[in-house]
Design a protein around this ligand. Structure first.
Ligand code: DX5
Ligand code: ZN
Length: 222
């Protein structure tokens, strides 16, 4: 199966959030990426469990994965709230966890799938203690905090290296990439081994509209 696009609602018009998300789902999105920012781990503040909960019904109607990306310090304090709000998958940053294995187990005990993310300056060895337990490994291809940033080109080689690591272990985790993805680089990143490509501005930003933007990305992926 070819790689999937996970629209990031961070770039949506929040006055029309439900309608815009529905448009993406009707256009075939099967993942919804929700960026939670705390103004501490990252400079920006976005939203919390209320928005996850608000989108739960739409995601269920379209059989989409509610993919919650926690860019927050002390994520363990908030896991239960996001699980209760309806997250299918919760991703924490390796940089925020002093004991990553404990946090990964805590997410799983709440009945959610679990992901770990690393920043551009963090090495792949951060995944090492938990790689076999993950449903998703996320490589950030921008410094987290804001949508609309330029893709960091060295991320593609990092994806290829992680793909080789996962394959060597027979690990089935999704390999997700997040930041600066567009129709210009989606194919190369998928070719390198990413299976889920997060796209915010390329889906919800200006252009020909959400459905057409999504289609352009899907066409680029082939
Ligand atoms: C960045 C977020 C991304 C962001 C992607 O901190 O984690 O998910 O919304 O936005 P674009 O696709 O515009 O780079
Ligand atoms: Zn994200």
């Amino acid at each position: 199966m070819s790689a999937q696009i996970a629209p990031s609602v961070l770039a949506a018009d929040f006055a029309q959030l439900g309608a815009q998300v529905e448009e993406a789902l009707l256009a075939g999105a099967r993942w919804l990426h929700l960026d939670v920012m705390d103004g501490h781990f990252v400079p920006n503040i976005s939203f919390g469990p209320l928005v996850v909960q608000a989108l739960r019904t739409l995601a269920t109607q379209h059989q989409a994965v509610l993919d919650v990306h926690l860019m927050i310090t002390n994520p363990e304090r908030h896991l239960e709230a996001f699980a209760r709000a309806g997250a299918d998958l919760i991703t924490v940053h390796a940089e925020t966890c002093s004991n990553l294995s404990t946090v990964v187990s805590a997410v799983r005990q709440l009945g959610c799938r679990v992901g770990v993310a690393i920043n551009p300056l963090t090495g792949l060895q951060a995944f090492e203690p938990v790689l076999d337990q993950l449903d998703l490994a996320l490589i950030m291809s921008v410094n987290p905090g804001f949508g609309g940033q330029a893709y960091i080109p060295s991320s593609t080689a990092k994806v290829a290296e992680l793909r080789a690591l996962l394959d060597a272990r027979g690990a089935k985790a999704h390999l997700q990439i997040d930041g600066g993805i567009g129709a210009d680089n989606a194919a190369a990143v998928a070719q390198a081994g990413a299976t889920v490509l997060v796209a915010g501005s390329a889906v919800f930003g200006s252009g020909r509209g959400i459905a057409a933007n999504l289609r352009a990305l899907q066409v680029a992926l082939g």
